[in-house]
Design a protein around this ligand. Structure first.
Ligand code: AMP
Length: 444
């Protein structure tokens, strides 16, 4: 299959060729014709498998071929993202795909001055990428009207529909025309979110190109049990032993990020941090420097868990496990992208056994354990498995095994998800979801 056989117009084919995209990925092969046909979509595909082009490319075609010119202070399509960095990245991709088209694109998000954004919106933009808070501000200040909107995309849709954004999303829904196309894309969809999403869509097509809620199967994953207080020491030990070159590290709290960055910098390691308390310019600069390999170790909260595309990233380390199991999939999905291989190592202490168990249940796998010599925990991490049970009494520590980074780039070799997942877990992870009234949808 080629992009041409999916019915894309020549300027888009040329842009994709310039970017080196030869073959559509599985999610693109299914999503592109469906979006072109005007369908509402709920699309689940593993991290790093080309979801952005899956919605953006056909959307650009629709906007080129159909609908009136954009009016002042209006947008014809809106892509909502959960973080500012992701909004910036999605916009950069959209702009690349649109390079040969007479369409305008723009990204708005908080943490930076609103005035230039208001100025830019004056003439209207065809595709607007936004984080919810800033979008609402712009709307309230009359800088943006949404009555011309044809298509709404929720990127990282399950996160957007989650409790954290429920109020903002409910507000945004009230601003949108009832008659529109809605596209939901994510690597993870819990059953509750799926149900909620189903109520918001009009005769939706569900696309699933991988077993539910699994990380890309190109990512090798394991855990190292350790006592909580020894995590920093273990991290440094593993970093030196594995000669880690470029590592994205996730910590639970902002303080945790700062503490690890301080420790690493104190040791002369080229490290930086990203979290919600930092100014946006500092956040973006740290990310850009990490992407260009000017920073070796980037420590982040879950603000960096979703969607960020860091070329050739070989290794993700969970210094702490995420509280929400789905975030594990997104975090480790920063590596092993675009058909590359990658590794994900989690440092797990006894306190985190419930989170470990929830992750194993969700991903239907028991994570391999590597005990590191001289770091065997005093507070043993009880054994868990994918059934969600703590299965056995703790065993004696095993012999250590070598670990290390080192991903291999293999662009274009898309691993399809024919892999058979073990049986569904008997106990489902609990996830709260918001209830908001999306109102009756008119038929298109
Ligand atoms: P995404 O999941 O949209 O963040 O994309 C992951 C990475 O795959 C990005 O670096 C894209 O540029 C790249 N990519 C997306 N689609 C294709 C394709 N059809 N062929 C080659 N690379 C692609």
């Amino acid at each position: 299959m080629t992009f041409a056989t999916l019915g894309l117009i020549e300027p888009l084919l040329r842009a994709l060729e310039t970017l080196g995209y030869q073959t559509p990925t599985p999610v693109q092969a299914q999503a592109i014709p469906a979006v072109l046909a005007g369908r509402d979509l709920m699309a689940a595909a593993q991290t790093g498998t080309g979801k952005t082009a899956g919605f953006a490319v056909p959307l650009l075609q629709l906007l080129t071929m159909e609908g009136p010119k954009v009016a002042p202070n209006s947008a014809r399509a809106l892509i909502l993202c959960p973080t500012r960095e992701l909004a910036e990245q999605v916009h950069a991709s959209v702009a690349e795909y649109a390079q040969n088209l007479p369409l305008t694109t723009y990204a708005v998000y908080g943490g930076v001055s609103i005035n230039p954004q208001m100025m830019k919106l004056r003439k209207g933009v065809d595709i607007l990428v936004a984080t919810p808070g800033r979008l609402i501000d712009l709307f309230r200040q009359n800088a943006l009207k949404l009555n011309q909107l044809q298509t709404l995309v929720l990127d990282e849709a399950d996160r957007m529909l989650d409790l954290g954004f429920s109020e903002e999303l409910a507000n945004i829904y009230r601003m949108l025309p009832k008659k529109r196309q809605t596209l939901l894309f994510s690597a993870t969809f819990s059953d509750d979110i799926r149900q909620l999403a189903g109520q918001m869509l009009n005769d939706p097509l569900s696309i699933e190109v991988s077993p539910r809620n699994v990380a890309a199967n190109t990512v090798k994953q394991w855990i190292v049990p350790v006592d909580k207080k020894r995590k920093p020491e273990l991290f440094v030990h593993l970093m030196r032993k594995g000669r880690w070159k470029q590592v994205l590290v996730f910590a639970k709290t902002r303080n945790g990020v700062d503490a690890l960055v301080d420790k690493l910098q104190g040791l002369g390691v080229n490290a930086d941090g990203i979290h919600g308390d930092k100014p946006q310019a500092t956040r973006q600069r740290a990310l850009d420097r990490f992407k260009s390999s000017d920073v070796q170790i980037l420590v982040a909260t879950d603000v960096a868990a979703r969607g960020l595309d860091i070329e050739d990233l070989p290794l993700v380390v969970n210094f702490d496990l995420p509280i929400v199991a789905e975030d594990y999939i997104h975090r480790i999905g920063r590596t092993g992208r675009a058909g590359n291989t990658g590794e994900a190592i989690s440092l797990v202490c006894a306190d985190e056994v419930n989170m470990l168990s929830a992750i194993e249940m969700l991903t239907r796998q028991t994570l391999a354990r590597h005990m590191e010599q001289d770091f065997e925990p005093e507070h043993r991490v009880p054994e868990t498995d994918a059934s969600g049970q703590v299965v056995k009494k703790p065993k004696k520590p095993k012999k250590p095994k070598a670990s290390g980074g080192g991903g291999k780039r293999n662009l274009g070799k898309w691993v399809d998800s024919g892999e058979v997942a073990p049986a569904e877990p008997s106990i489902k992870p609990v996830r709260k979801v918001p209830v908001f009234n999306t109102g009756p949808r008119k038929k298109k």
